[in-house]
Write a protein that binds this ligand. Structure first.
Ligand code: NDP
Length: 507
């Protein structure tokens, strides 16, 4: 990283997102190299450890959202392909994977974890090119955490009886896993690692905009010499996801994505013996009390909502500030917002990259417009956006009332709504006034207040004096319209196990 003094003669346009206010220097461009990356022109479906075209052969285009340029074409699966993938997973489950001792399954998982680490640079660059997220996030968060999930669940594979004493844990069978575009590799790891550790086989459907790290992972599966059919990856539109969900030979469905699709999936599996985990949307409250260390809280607020362009289900998108510190906090927040660098996701200094798709950008713009029309006051730093690609300025709204759409709906973009409160009870009531319940944050120096707030907030995860921290040992999941079931930790393992007395769960 090179810090250069800004020469007086430098053209004013080259500010890389910084305003002149109080910042006398700027970062030199630091683009990550793409020389070592090989993205194939076309990817087939990955079934039985082989890449093969869909039947009939149909493909669709995948682009780089930061440049709008094509990256590759990928296969569009048909119903017949879904049947083939499920048959491959069933065969692998019944004949090989469920029969292996846990200690053998663990060896494969450790191998996958190590290969992800070895190929981490490749994964990070492809993830950034395909999703639009800043390279420093894919490099320092997504990829290391994905490897950590495989390491963690490898450790449990031969200890299932110890994890659930007296319960006779058995694999469920074939798992259908549908993941979104905001953390493509990490969501893959959250889904595949516990499923394999528990002895299940899987068919994964990535989001149509972000399949490339999943197909890179398919390469890892072959490199790790996993038996054919244990991991299958198919691409195609939402209807193909639904074919997978409805398939009679699937025993477990795990979905991460929008609440609307989650409800459809819930209806589709109702009445069957399929086990279901739904990880859906959120509208998290991040609550700052007047005794909080404000500078630390500012970093937590920024990380809470502008990390991954705010395309995070647990993003701290509603900020509640105690009235007595509202003005100093807002001044600091606006100043900090003005230092965020928006632009080329492959630049190592970029803080806010590209929005994942034109559709998502349109949704963000529509909701921001509604905030303006409903009377909230908008603040955006004065930064330049690249000419091409799907970019949006980090935004905050003040004067927001609880009934505004920007305070109620999941925006899934870099947009923060700021509200105020006077007492802890008022904060709790306002924070819980949402159909969602995925996460929340509390900033205070009083331990007793933290415990009171954690107990009172209807959210699956509550962070205290930090935000958006993830660890494979810690369960993650929601209340209400944020879904049910947990991923991560021992709870995430239980979601892939049949612990019924007669061993018929899911069959
Ligand atoms: P979706 O819920 O539509 O997509 C998530 C995954 O589900 C993708 O793999 C998608 O495939 C698949 N899918 C879509 N329709 C169906 C279906 N009928 N049956 C089975 N699978 C299906 O999210 P969007 O991409 O449309 O995003 C819309 C909004 O959802 C966002 O603005 C955001 O608010 C929220 N969202 C929340 C996420 C979270 O982590 N909680 C993640 C992503 C979005 P395909 O990509 O082919 O459509």
């Amino acid at each position: 990283m090179t810090l250069t003094k800004k020469p007086e003669s430098r053209p004013a346009a080259a500010t890389w997102g910084l305003t002149a206010r109080g910042i006398p220097w700027e970062y030199a461009p630091a683009p990550e190299s793409t020389d070592h990356i090989e993205i194939r022109a076309e990817y087939g479906l990955f079934i039985d450890n082989r890449f093969a075209p869909s039947r009939p052969k149909v493909t669709f285009e995948v682009i780089n959202p930061a440049t709008e340029e094509p990256l590759a074409r990928v296969a569009k699966a048909s119903k017949a392909d879904v049947n083939r993938a499920v048959a491959a997973a069933r065969r692998a489950h019944d004949t090989v994977w469920s029969r292996l001792p846990g200690s053998e399954r663990a060896k494969y998982l450790y191998r996958i974890a190590r290969i992800i680490q070895e190929r981490s640079r490749e994964f990070a660059v492809v993830e950034t090119m395909n999703s639009g997220k800043p390279i420093k996030e894919s490099r320092d968060v997504d990829v290391p955490l994905a490897a950590a999930h495989f390491f963690y669940y490898a450790g449990w594979a031969d200890k299932l009886d110890y994890a659930f004493p007296g319960r006779q844990p058995r694999p469920l069978g074939v798992a259908a896993q549908i993941i979104p575009w905001n953390f493509p590799l990490l969501m893959l790891a959250w889904k595949i690692a516990p499923a394999l550790a528990a002895g299940n086989t899987v068919i994964l459907k990535p989001a149509s905009t972000t399949p490339l790290t999943a197909y890179l992972f398919a390469d890892v599966v072959r490199q790790a010499d996993l038996p054919p059919g244990v991991v299958n990856i198919i691409t195609g539109p939402g209807e193909i996801g639904m074919e997978l969900v409805r398939h009679p030979d699937v025993n477990k469905v795990a979905f991460t994505g929008s609440t609307a699709v989650g409800k459809m999936i819930g209806r589709a599996v109702a009445g069957s013996r399929k086990k279901l985990t739904l990880e859906l949307g959120g509208k998290a409250a991040n609550i700052v009390f007047d005794d909080a260390p404000l500078d630390q809280a500012i970093e937590g607020i920024i990380n809470g909502i502008y990390f991954n362009q705010g395309e995070v289900c647990c993003a701290g998108s509603r900020l509640f500030v105690q009235e007595s510190v509202y003005e100093p906090l807002l001044d600091k927040l606006k100043a900090r917002l003005s230092t965020l660098r928006v632009g080329d996701p492959l630049d190592k200094n970029t803080d806010v990259g590209a929005i994942n798709s034109a559709g998502q950008l349109a949704k963000i713009k529509e909701l921001v417009q509604s905030g303006i029309e409903e009377g909230a006051e908008i603040f955006q730093p004065d930064c330049e956006l690249p000419d091409r690609g799907y970019f949006f300025r980090p935004t905050l709204f003040t004067g927001v009332s609880q009934s505004h759409r920007i305070a109620q709906e999941e925006i899934f973009g870099p947009v923060l709504s700021v509200l105020t409160f006077r007492t802890p009870d008022e904060a709790i009531e306002k924070a819980n006034n949402t159909p969602y319940g995925l996460s929340a944050g509390v900033w205070t120096e009083k331990g007793s207040r933290i415990f009171k707030m954690v107990g009172a907030m209807k959210a699956g995860v509550v962070w205290a004096n930090t935000f958006n921290r993830f660890d494979p040992t810690s369960p993650f999941g929601g209340y209400k319209e944020s879904g049910y079931g947990r991923e991560g930790g021992i709870h995430g393992l239980a979601a892939y196990l049949d612990m019924s007395a007669d061993g018929t769960n899911g069959r």
